[in-house]
Structure formats: structure tokens, C-alpha cells
Write a protein that binds this ligand. Sequence first.
Ligand code: CA2
Length: 150
Amino acid sequence: MSKPIYVLSGPNLNLLGVREPEIYGRDTLADVQGRCESRAKKAGLTVVFRQSNHEGELIDWVQEAREKACALIINPAGYGHTSVALLDALKTLTIPIVECHLSNPAAREDFRRKTYVSLAATGVVSGFGAASYELAVEAAAGLVGANPPA
Ligand code: CA2
């Protein structure tokens, strides 16, 4: 049995589908989780899906992923633009890291153009709403060489 893909979401994403649907869409985070689980299952994989509003908790989970995950997907939300500590934690990983955003931060305010997380990411998926997460799972599965069950 292979290790799961860790899918981590940062602050305020627990409000997904409830506020600002014009930017972030109408899917709730529970919907996104279901979509990730279905996509991972097609590749014969599982996901550990977590959200936190707390920087330190996200860092603890990144550290946990060092041993327990085959790949890490992270939507760092606002912390992507601010957190050197999160970047430092991500840089300790040797597994693939896929940075994921619902919106396209590069097409928004100037302060969203830079994400520290990108400096550690294998690749970035952004701008496709909830589908960004599914595409990130697909990318991670490809990077770990996952095969669909026979
Ligand atoms: O597009 C993304 O996924 C972001 O990571 C979302 C962050 C934002 O700071 C990044 O620049 C881009 C914001 C997450 C806030 O989540 C909410 C969800 C629903 C309603 C309100 C906020």
C-alpha cells in the first residue's frame, strides 16, 4: 500500500463556497475533498486532506509529510505570500510538492504575485477553481509514478 498524498489548505479556506463565490467558486472544501479523493482513487492512491487557519499547524503537517506522504499538495492561501517559515519547512521535503490555488494570484493584486511556496514547489496549478486541486492530484500522481489499479 503506497503512502497517501497530503493535501493541505491554509487560512480561511474553511469558508470556501460560503463567501466570495465570484472569486473562489461555489464548491465547499468538503466538495473539494471529495473531488481529490475520487481523482486519487483513479490513480490507485489515497489522500490525507486537512485545512488549518494556523501557520504552525500547517508547518507541523508539512513536517509529518516528510515521512508519511508520497507527495504534498498545498494551497497555502495568504501564508504563501508571507511565510518564510512555511517555505523553510517545505524545503526539508524530498517528495514532490504541488502548489495549488483556486484563483490565479498572478492576475490579481501586486502583493499576490509573489509566493514563497513557489520557491520550493515542483510545480504550480492555479486559476481553475476547485478543479485546480484535482489537477494538482493528477500532477502529483504522475510525479510519483502512480498507476491505476488493475
Ligand atoms: O486562489 C487561492 O487559492 C488563494 O490561495 C486563496 C487565498 C489568497 O490569499 C491567495 O492569494 C490565493 C485566500 C483564501 C481565502 O479563502 C476564502 C474562501 C472563501 C471565502 C473567503 C476566503
